[in-house]
Design a protein around this ligand. Structure first.
Ligand code: ZN
Length: 409
C-alpha cells in the first residue's frame, strides 16, 4: 500500500452502513432511496465526512458531497451510491463511497497537501430503487434528466419525486441549477465491485474499466383472447402466455447465437386466474452488449421471431422500449494512470468492460471519468451473499488514494 488505508476501518464502515436496512425475510440490505433507513444512512455518512474534516454539502436532488476544500477547482471527485436493490448486498455502491472516504483519510494521514480540491460524493438513487429512475442523482447533476417528466414520477406510495424533493426542504426548480456545478469537477473516479465472475476466475485483484456496455430494455406484450380453461379446446386457443413463453426462449437462444446478454426478470399474465386462459402476457427484456450495432441487429432479428410466434399462436405483439443507452467509453488517461499504479506495485490487473450501468456513465460524457473494479466472490451481486474481501476493498481504496494524490499534486 502506498497510503495508510485501514482495511479494518473500511470493513467496519461497510458493516455499519449495511445495518441501515429495512427488514426483509430474504436477508441482505434493503435500502431504497428516499426511505427512512436511507436518510438515516445519509445522516451517518455525513457524520463520517465531517469527522474526516470534509465540508458537507447536500444538493437539491440529495446527492451528498464531502469536500476537502484545500487547493483550487476543478475538484477531483470520487464516489458512487448508497441506495440498494431489495435484499441486495453490502458492497454495491457503498464501497465506492466509503472507499473514497478512506482514501481521503489516508491522504490526510500521509500529510498530502492537495493542489486541487478532493471531494467524495454519494449519488442519489442510482438503482432506480424508489422512483424507478436509474442514475437519478448523477443524471440530474449533469443535466441529463428530463425534469418535467421526472418531477411527476410516482413511487409505490403515490408520492411524486417533486414532493419527495420538497419534503427534504428543496424546491424542484433548484434542480435546474445543478448542472452548473459540473464545471467545478475536473475528474471523476469510481471504485466498484465487479458484480460478475471474471476477476475471481482469472485470479486478479483489480480490473480497469474501459467501457460501460450499451443497453436496450423494454417490455414485450403478447395479446390474445381470455377464455375458460376447462371448456375451451386446446385447438384454436389464443393463449398469450404461450406466445410470451416461446418469445422468451427465442430471446435466449438468439442471444447465445449473437453473443448478446438478454434477460427477462419480470413476467406477468392477465387476468391472472389459474383457471383462465390469459388474454395478455407481458415480460421485461433487458439486452446488453459492448457495441451498439450487434445489439441493434439482435433486436431486429428477435422482432422477426416475435412476429412469427404471434402468427403461429393467433396473437398480436408489441415492444415498448424504455431504455436505449449508447456505450460509454471511459477516459483513456485515467485507465493508463490506474494501470501504471498496478504495474509499479506488481498488482496483476486486466482492462475490462462493465456489463452493469454505473454513475460514471452519467459523468463520462462531461468529465474525464475512470472506474476500478475489485472482485466479487462467486460473481454474485444484488443478493445478500454479495462479498468482496477486506484486502480487495482496501486495495481499491489505495488505488483511489494514489489517483487522487497524483491528480492533485
Ligand atoms: Zn452500483
Amino acid at each position: 500500500m502506498e497510503y495508510p488505508v485501514d482495511a479494518a476501518r473500511l470493513e467496519g464502515d461497510l458493516r455499519t452502513l449495511a445495518g441501515f436496512s429495512a427488514p426483509s425475510t430474504l436477508g441482505g440490505v434493503t435500502r431504497r432511496a428516499w426511505s427512512e433507513e436511507f436518510f438515516a444512512a445519509q445522516a451517518w455518512l455525513i457524520e463520517r465526512f465531517e469527522e474526516a474534516g470534509l465540508a458537507v454539502h447536500v444538493d437539491a436532488v440529495n446527492n451528498i458531497w464531502g469536500r476537502w476544500e484545500e487547493g483550487s477547482l476543478p475538484a477531483v471527485v470520487a464516489g458512487s451510491h448508497i441506495d440498494s436493490v431489495p435484499s441486495g448486498g453490502a458492497y454495491d455502491g457503498c464501497l465506492g463511497v466509503l472507499g473514497a472516504l478512506e482514501a481521503i483519510r489516508a491522504l490526510r494521514a500521509a500529510g498530502h497537501r492537495p493542489s486541487r480540491q478532493l471531494w467524495v460524493v454519494a449519488w442519489m438513487e442510482e438503482e432506480g430503487s424508489n422512483f424507478g429512475t436509474a442514475l437519478l442523482g448523477s443524471r440530474a447533476f449533469v443535466g441529463d434528466l428530463d425534469l418535467d417528466d421526472a418531477a411527476a414520477r410516482r413511487d409505490l406510495t403515490g408520492r411524486t419525486l417533486a414532493e419527495a424533493v420538497a419534503a427534504r426542504g428543496h424546491d424542484w426548480s433548484e434542480l435546474a441549477d445543478l448542472p452548473s456545478g459540473v464545471d467545478d469537477i475536473g475528474s471523476y473516479l469510481e471504485l466498484h465491485i465487479e458484480q460478475g465472475p471474471i476477476l475471481e476466475a482469472a485470479g486478479l485483484p483489480v480490473g480497469v474499466v474501459t467501457d460501460i456496455v450499451c443497453f436496450r430494455a423494454g417490455t414485450v406484450t403478447f395479446t390474445g383472447v381470455s377464455n375458460h380453461a376447462g371448456t375451451t379446446p386446446m385447438e384454436g386457443r389464443r393463449d398469450a402466455a404461450v406466445g410470451a413463453a416461446r418469445a422468451i426462449v427465442a430471446a435466449r437462444d438468439l442471444a447465445v447465437r449473437h453473443g448478446i446478454r438478454a434477460t427477462t426478470g419480470r413476467l406477468s399474465a392477465t387476468p391472472g386466474g389459474s383457471n383462465v386462459i390469459p388474454g395478455a402476457a407481458a415480460f421485461s427484456l433487458d439486452t446488453r452488449h459492448r457495441d451498439k450495432p450487434p445489439l441493434d441487429a439482435y433486436l431486429a432479428e428477435l422482432k422477426d421471431q416475435f412476429r412469427i410466434i404471434a402468427d403461429d399462436e393467433g396473437l398480436t405483439w408489441d415492444y415498448s422500449e424504455s431504455y436505449d443507452i449508447d456505450p460509454v467509453p471511459l477516459d483513456p488517461d485515467l485507465q493508463k494512470l490506474f494501470g501504471s499504479f498496478c504495474e509499479a506495485s506488481s498488482i496483476p490487473y486486466q482492462p475490462m468492460v462493465s456489463g452493469a450501468g454505473h454513475d460514471a456513465m452519467a459523468l463520462a460524457p462531461r468529465v474525464p471519468a475512470g472506474m476500478l473494479f475489485v472482485p466479487s466472490r462467486a460473481g454474485v451481486s444484488h443478493a445478500p451473499s454479495e462479498y468482496t474481501s477486506p484486502e480487495h476493498c482496501a486495495l481499491g481504496a489505495d488505488l483511489l488514494a494514489r489517483a487522487m494524490a497524483r491528480l492533485s499534486e
